[in-house]
Design a protein around this ligand. Structure first.
Ligand SMILES: *Cc1c(COP(=O)(O)O)cnc(C)c1O
Length: 419
């Protein structure tokens, strides 16, 4: 249990290290001449920042996703006009709640912010008007958040920002016994790879103690229906990242759930200055972008998206048929996050004398610079059966046509290494 969580952590931090290295390695020596056109000046070019091909996935350090044209257009249009912020926040919340079949909703600056604001909401409801005391003046107040030991993760910090203290449980009996008059909330890490207590039991026990349940489902669309599955199941607050599978602005997210708790989350957020959420400001562009991204995402189908991603993976695999001993497999992770087809490539390193990690480094050094999935060359993590001799291509964040470039570069690098 602990092992798989530890390996997930290692996996994520490996990804971040690799990405940091990539930033240095792929920076062009001389910025090409900048040119202004209808789209505005190319500031990546002006700043000498390499544009990459994202064959990894929705990793924050890789800027996660790109907004579809309809979302980009909505953001650009929103940027042209001032509005009354409260009116926009309220209207967006009402619209999102209707579209996503929940009582209430708000646009946050990301799922991590949803965690902080949701915790602040539960604390300020449990302690009646503790908004201005969070996180430094909590003496005598209720601050306990119950979590499964196997659901502890780095995003705990987003709850600790409120001064919350964690109470860890493993068994259902321990969970039952953990509630007391200091409990404000429970958190469920939706994509956890371990943990004995299922969602239904988790909710039932908390509700028998009148304690709200938070579900962090940040990276857990598709399927599209997850946007309402967890609130329907009874979770009082549910968080999604806006910039991952939904392809909204990277600094946007959703907090969905109970009306009174969303209202309390709003009271803990910008533009109110004396709150824990003031620094998590959501601008009109992110609010509109998030709403437009939800509209775009709801216009898709799970089957359509899966078929599209599968086709990309098949096209890459077809270009690699000539590489000796290479076997291609399309795999969907068996955890709740990133549930889309990934391309896994394995080969005999006795015949093709280059390791997957060196392939990833070669692709990163090339032009255009390509980032492969951080599971490449690593032991199983995040629900993918990877190992030191597996290359993983995350195809879902590729732009149209980029799979041909990824395939060509993989074929070049692998073919060159044939003994
Ligand atoms: C990505 C992620 C977050 C943070 O999401 P942001 O939108 O980047 O703030 C929180 N929890 C989990 C499980 C995640 O995967």
């Amino acid at each position: 249990m602990q092992d798989s969580l530890a390996s997930r952590r290692g996996f994520l931090s490996w990804g971040n290290r690799a990405v940091a290295a990539a930033g240095l390695a792929s920076r062009p020596l001389v910025a090409a001449s900048s040119r202004q056109d209808n789209e505005g000046e190319d500031y990546y070019e002006k700043l000498g920042v390499a544009k990459i091909i994202n064959a990894a996935g929705t990793y924050t350090a890789l800027t996660a996703s790109t907004m579809p044209p309809s979302v980009r257009a909505a953001v650009a249009r929103a940027a042209k006009h001032p509005v009354r912020l409260a009116e926009l926040q309220t209207a967006a919340g009402v619209y999102l709640a209707r579209q996503l079949r929940c009582e209430a909703a708000m646009v946050t600056s990301g799922a991590a912010s949803s965690l902080t604001l949701g915790t602040a909401a539960c604390m300020s409801v449990a302690n009646r008007a503790a908004v201005h005391k969070i996180p430094t003046d909590l003496e005598g107040l209720k601050t306990e958040v119950i979590v499964q030991k196997a659901h502890r993760y780095d995003y705990d910090h987003a709850m600790r920002n409120c001064g919350a203290r964690f109470v860890e449980v493993e068994t259902l009996a321990e969970y039952e016994a953990a509630f007391n008059d200091r409990t404000v909330m429970t958190n469920y890490f939706n994509a956890a790879e371990a943990g004995q207590i299922g969602r239904e039991d988790w909710i039932r026990v908390a509700h028998s103690h009148n304690v709200p349940c938070f579900n962090d489902a940040a990276a857990d669309v598709p399927p599209i229906s997850n946007l309402w599955n967890y609130t329907k199941m009874g979770f009082d607050l549910v968080a999604f990242s806006g910039g991952k599978g939904m392809r909204g602005p990277q600094n946007a997210g959703l907090l969905l759930g109970r009306k009174d708790l969303i209202a309390a989350a709003v009271l803990n957020s910008s533009p109110r200055s004396d709150t824990v959420g003031r620094g998590m400001k959501v601008a009109k562009e992110q609010i509109v972008g998030m709403v437009a991204a939800v509209d775009w995402f709801l216009s898709q189908t799970d089957a359509g998206m899966e078929a599209d991603f599968r086709k990309r993976a098949e096209r890459i695999a077809a270009q690699l048929k000539t590489v000796p001993t290479l076997e291609a497999k399309i795999v969907i992770p068996n955890v709740a996050a990133n549930v889309v087809p990934h391309l896994l490539l394995r080969y005999d390193q006795g015949r093709v004398k280059i390791s997957p990690l060196d392939v990833a480094a070669e692709l990163r050094r090339g032009t255009p610079s390509i980032e492969l999935h951080p599971g490449t060359g690593h032991k199983p993590a995040a629900g993918l059966p990877t190992d030191e001799s597996t290359i993983v291509v995350g195809v879902w964040m590729l732009e149209p046509g980029e799979e041909a470039i990824v395939a060509r570069r993989l074929r070049e690098v692998l073919t060159k290494a044939v003994a």
